[in-house]
Every structure is written in structure tokens, then in C-alpha cells.
Design a protein around this ligand. Structure first.
Ligand SMILES: Cc1ncc(COP(=O)(O)O)c(C=O)c1O
Length: 401
């Protein structure tokens, strides 16, 4: 973790991994090593350096496939981030498979990345987008979900898109169960794993979904690299999202023939060193063990929840049950705007995110403008939880609540 003191002279207590995680030395070294000794463009050079770069880049794809429990690395498409992964599905699969009168269901706890692409798609093709409601304590309302999966004459359900972990509430959704329900209703299931893959063991085969989106930067990897995993037959049937170099087999003046998956979806020079850095981040997380990562964050969550939930004037969002709450705590303080709370926290060296967290429908649901969000990761400890609790007390003192 960064060793430089903060503006206040206090040690940095970094509680904003949910926005983007800091990078461990092994990742920084892997990126530097790639640029220093192995860098060339991939998939095109007939010379040693390019073959070396290609092998390292493809090694990263294998690491992502292994980490996610994907049946094959050929189903892993490198993209910039989870947002691009979801957009790829919305543009490519969506425009080819969703039509007038069709329905897509997502939920009210999604990040905008899992809402806006579906809004755009539905608007364009004349389909309807529905949202599964959330309960007062931030869980998906499963009765509402069931009702939305009921068959409706002339309105087939095409896709259910859901986050495994809510970035605004911390809720862990039962995605395997939801995927099964979607399939029973004749729909495909897309899982947004941007906030789950970094923090808990995940296995695509167990989840059983059709598409899954992740970002490298939230799991200790570089920014600018992420992945879409998709079932092979779906990816093969989908038209390309972007066209140009690398994604073709043959181009004539009349037209072009697409490359095989995943390359069909990787037009242009990819984020080569970033992919390799992400591979190193995955190796690092695997060496810690994702079960242990989850246990650690659960431990910190339980302590933080206990320390904050009794405090007067403080409301915590999301489920109290640590089994279904990841290491993300959204705090609402009576009569203090979350930006002011975060500013006070900052003066204590505690870095959190304040805002709507790109999940404005969650704010609308709870009738709040924003929250102050603390999120934990592998480098945090009980001292950090104490610093968070101390910062809450400081905010109360400063604002006299
Ligand atoms: C649940 C969730 N989905 C998607 C995203 C989008 O990730 P990115 O900005 O890396 O595309 C985020 C980012 O915060 C997120 O929390």
C-alpha cells in the first residue's frame, strides 16, 4: 500500500477498492517487465519477440479463464472493462436477438453499466426493460423476480441481467439460482461480476450463466483491461461488435470474413501489457486463495457493521447478514451530505467514495442523494475498521449530530 502520508499527515486508510484497487508490486513489476523485455504487438509478428509477447498475452487469457472457472479460454474475450463487456453483449447479441415486444429484465440494484446499455437496446429495437425491485434491506425481491419471469403472451423474455454483488449496497445475489430461474423462463442470463470476482471464489460452471463481465482494475490488475466470458456457441453466432484489424481472417474489396472467437471480438491492438499485468494479479489472488480473501473481508465487514450500526444518526444500507453482504458498506449520516462526510473522512486519512456510485436507481429507491461508501480488500485490517469508526465519530462531532 502507498507509504506516503496524506495531506493531513495521517496514514492513508484506503477504503475505496470497489471503485478501483491499488496494484501490488508483482503487478507493477509484471507490467514493467513486459514493456522492458517482452513487448511487441501480438498475433502478427513472425519473430521471437512477438511470439513471446503473444504467448504472455494468451497466458493471461488462460489465467482469466482458470480464475473464473470458464470451460475454455476461447470463451474469454478481452475488453477494456466490465462496461465494455456488457455493451458488447447489448450491441452484438442484443441487436441480433432482441426485437419488438421482447422483454429484458434487470434489477434496481445494478450499476449503470448494467442498466443503460439495456435501456438503449430496448429503445432501439422496441423491447421493454423491467427492473426487479429491492427490499428495504437491499436484497432482491425474489417474489417480484418470479413474477417478472412468468410467461407473458407475445412478450418473450430474452435476457436477465444481474450483478453478483451490488457496488452500492454490498448485497451478494444468489446468481446460480437466478440463472436457473432465467433459463427455466426461456431467457439467457448475464452476470455482472465486476464486484464479485475480485472478492470471492467464482465459478462460471457453477453459476451456469451465459455471459459474465469483469474488470481487471478492480481485482488488483491494471486499468484498461477486462473480460467478457460468453458461451462458445453464443459467441460464435454473434456478429462482431467492432470491426477492423485482428478480428478478420480475410478481407477483399467486397467484404470480410471474421476470425474465430474470441479474436472476432478483439478488433485492433489490444491492451497487451495490461493483460499480462492482470494475469499477474490473478496469480497473486490465487496465491492468497479466494476463500481466504472472502473470509478476510467478511471478518472486516462484521467488525465494521458492528462498530457503526449502533451509532446515533448513522444508517447502513444493505443486508445485515454477513453471508449475503460483501466487503462494501454504504453509510448514510442524518443531516450530513455524503460529500461532507467524505471530506471529513479525508482529513482523517480515510479514503472512501461519496456519491451515487453509478447506481442512481438505488438512491431513488431509498430516497437519498448519495451515500458514503467504504469498501475493503486484501490489504485492509482491523486498524482500518477502527479508523473508519473514528472518522464517523469525527464527522458527528464536527457537524454536531
Ligand atoms: C457492479 C458493477 N458493475 C459494473 C461496473 C463497471 O466497471 P468498469 O467501470 O470497470 O467498467 C462497476 C464499477 O464500479 C460495478 O461496480
Amino acid at each position: 500500500m502507498y507509504e506516503e502520508p496524506t495531506r493531513s499527515g495521517k496514514r492513508l486508510v484506503f477504503l475505496d477498492a470497489a471503485a478501483s484497487a491499488p496494484k501490488p508490486r508483482v503487478v507493477i513489476d509484471a507490467v514493467a517487465d513486459m514493456y522492458s523485455h517482452h513487448y511487441a504487438n501480438v498475433h502478427r509478428g513472425i519473430y521471437e519477440l512477438s511470439e513471446d509477447a503473444t504467448a504472455r498475452f494468451e497466458g493471461a487469457r488462460r489465467a482469466v479463464a482458470r480464475f473464473l472457472g470458464a470451460p475454455s479460454e476461447r470463451e474469454v474475450v478481452f475488453v477494456r472493462n466490465a462496461t465494455e463487456a456488457i455493451n458488447l453483449v447489448a450491441y452484438s447479441w442484443g441487436r441480433a436477438n432482441v426485437g419488438p415486444g421482447d422483454r429484458i429484465v434487470t434489477t434496481q440494484l445494478e450499476h449503470h453499466a448494467n442498466i443503460v446499455p439495456w435501456q438503449q437496446l430496448c429503445r432501439e429495437v422496441g423491447a421493454t426493460l423491467e427492473y426487479v425491485a429491492i427490499t428495504d434491506d437491499g436484497r432482491l425481491d425474489m417474489d417480484d423476480l418470479r413474477a417478472r419471469l412468468e410467461p407473458r403472451a407475445g412478450q418473450p423474455l430474452r435476457l436477465l441481467a444481474v450483478a453478483q454483488v451490488s457496488n452500492a449496497l454490498g448485497t451478494i445475489n444468489p446468481v446460480a439460482e437466478i440463472t436457473e430461474m432465467a433459463h427455466a423462463a426461456g431467457a439467457l442470463a448475464l452476470v455482472d461480476a465486476a464486484q464479485s470476482a475480485p472478492h470471492m471464489p467464482i465459478d462460471i460452471k457453477e453459476i451456469g450463466c451465459d455471459f459474465l463481465a469483469v474488470s481487471g482494475h478492480k481485482m488488483l490488475g491494471p486499468s484498461g483491461i477486462g473480460a467478457l466470458w460468453g458461451r462458445r456457441e453464443l459467441l460464435e453466432a454473434m456478429p462482431p461488435f467492432m470491426t477492423g484489424g485482428s478480428m478478420i481472417l480475410r478481407v477483399t474489396l467486397e467484404g470480410a470474413e471474421w476470425n474465430s472467437v474470441p479474436h472476432k471480438f478483439e478488433a485492433g491492438t489490444p491492451a497487451i501489457a495490461e493483460a499480462v499485468g492482470w494475469g499477474a494479479a490473478i496469480g497473486y489472488l490465487e496465491s492468497l486463495g479466494m476463500d481466504r480473501v472472502r473470509e478476510h473481508e467478511r471478518y472486516l465487514f462484521e467488525h465494521a457493521w458492528k462498530a457503526l450500526s449502533g451509532v446515533e444518526g448513522v444508517r447502513l444500507l444493505g443486508p445485515a447478514d454477513p453471508e449475503i453482504h460483501a466487503g462494501v458498506i454504504s453509510i448514510v449520516m442524518d443531516e450530513i451530505h455524503p460529500h461532507d462526510v467524505a471530506t471529513i473522512f479525508d482529513s482523517e486519512g480515510v479514503a472512501v467514495r461519496a456519491g451515487h456510485h453509478c447506481a442512481q436507481p438505488v438512491m431513488i429507491r431509498y430516497d437519498i442523494p448519495a451515500t458514503t461508501r467504504a469498501s475493503f480488500y486484501v490489504y485492509n485490517d482491523l486498524d482500518d475498521v477502527e479508523a473508519l469508526a473514528g472518522a464517523v465519530q469525527t464527522a458527528r462531532t464536527v457537524f454536531g449530530v
